[in-house]
Write a protein that binds this ligand. Structure first.
Ligand SMILES: [Zn+2]
Length: 326
């Protein structure tokens, strides 16, 4: 038995709220405990990264770690803990707790490499923050990124942009963000529209992003850069955005958080996970997006899909099933 004091890993209400958007403390069990018993169930082979090609697009998904959450009746608004357990089990995941994982997508097109979102960064939940090391293992040099493309502003997606003192880590790299998302989070009037648990996040963004000179906003349905098109997928956050990457006859849809775990709301697209700010809009976006993904046979990456973090999607009963890339 490992002699670890699990109380060390109970985050304060403020921290848990900031990270997860919940109103009460959330116990995070570090992956060190899981690793003692084997790899994280959403990365069973312990992959640091995964490389594949779609047409002319070179794709690398890089693992930023995995966590577990104890079951909580508030986690999925319209499903019970028993429903949640059954859905995890049906996807061959352990059902004693809810696992989650973080995967950052990199693409190289036309000799330029782009990173989508930035991982949990320093001070994230125990078990996360492996992006930097795993990027290096994948042969990606952070100083040579052509741009960072951000899909939405939740902590697990943007805190990797920050050093501990709030200084920008990527001061010399262009950071391209959706105009709608920027507009919402940078507006002081948004703070009172947010649940208490998300207000610290908005304040951190408002204290920093307007001062950062390397942020470029891009409008819906425009090109972020040549070969990367903005696809609005709102609901998870007001300006949540996916990106369609095209090169050499290949297309890749970088989805971000259109779904959380495939085992939960890809399988059950009508489930309203607590992280979706407007759950009804998020559900409509999810159904519309995956109907298109199935019809167009698009290869996608998902931030919370576990490794390899990418695949195609098939219709499966009333929901969808992920078919991971080889
Ligand atoms: Zn996320």
């Amino acid at each position: 038995m490992m002699q670890m004091n699990r109380r060390n890993f109970v985050l304060s209400a403020t921290t848990a709220g900031l990270v997860f958007g919940l109103d009460k403390p959330l116990e995070i069990i570090p992956s060190a405990l899981a690793q003692a018993a084997g790899a994280h169930p959403m990365n069973p082979k312990g992959a640091l990264f995964h490389k594949f090609k779609v047409g002319g697009i070179e794709v690398t998904t890089v693992y930023d770690g995995g966590i577990y959450r104890p079951h909580d009746a508030a986690f999925i608004k319209n499903a019970s803990i028993d429903d949640t357990k059954a859905s995890l089990k049906a996807s061959n995941l352990p059902d004693d707790r809810v696992p989650n994982a973080y995967t950052v997508t990199f693409v190289t097109i036309g000799g330029r490499t782009y990173m989508f979102d930035s991982g949990n960064g320093v001070g994230g939940a125990p078990g996360t923050g492996t992006l930097d090391d795993n990027m290096k293992a994948a042969g990606i040099d952070a100083s040579e990124l052509s741009a960072i493309v951000v899909g939405h502003f939740h902590p697990d997606h943007i805190f990797g942009l920050y050093a501990k003192d709030n200084a920008p880590i990527y001061a010399n790299t262009e950071i391209i963000v959706p105009e709608a998302e920027y507009k919402f989070w940078a507006d002081p009037a948004s703070i009172e529209k947010l649940p208490e648990a998300r207000r610290g996040l908005a304040r951190r963004i408002q204290a920093t992003f307007p001062q950062w000179k390397n942020i470029k906003q891009v409008a819906n349905d425009k090109d972020a850069v040549a070969g990367i098109r903005v696809v609005p997928t709102p609901g998870h956050t007001p300006g949540h955005t996916s990106f369609l990457v095209s090169d050499g006859g290949g297309q890749l849809l970088v989805l971000g958080d259109v779904t959380n775990l495939p085992a939960l709301n890809l399988r059950n697209p009508g489930w309203h996970v607590v992280f979706d700010q407007d759950a009804t809009m998020a559900e409509a976006t999810r159904r519309r997006t995956f109907d298109r993904v199935v019809a167009d046979k698009l290869v996608c990456t998902g931030y919370h899909w576990g490794m390899p973090g990418a695949g195609t999607v098939a219709k499966d009963g009333n929901g969808y099933a992920l078919v991971p890339v080889a």
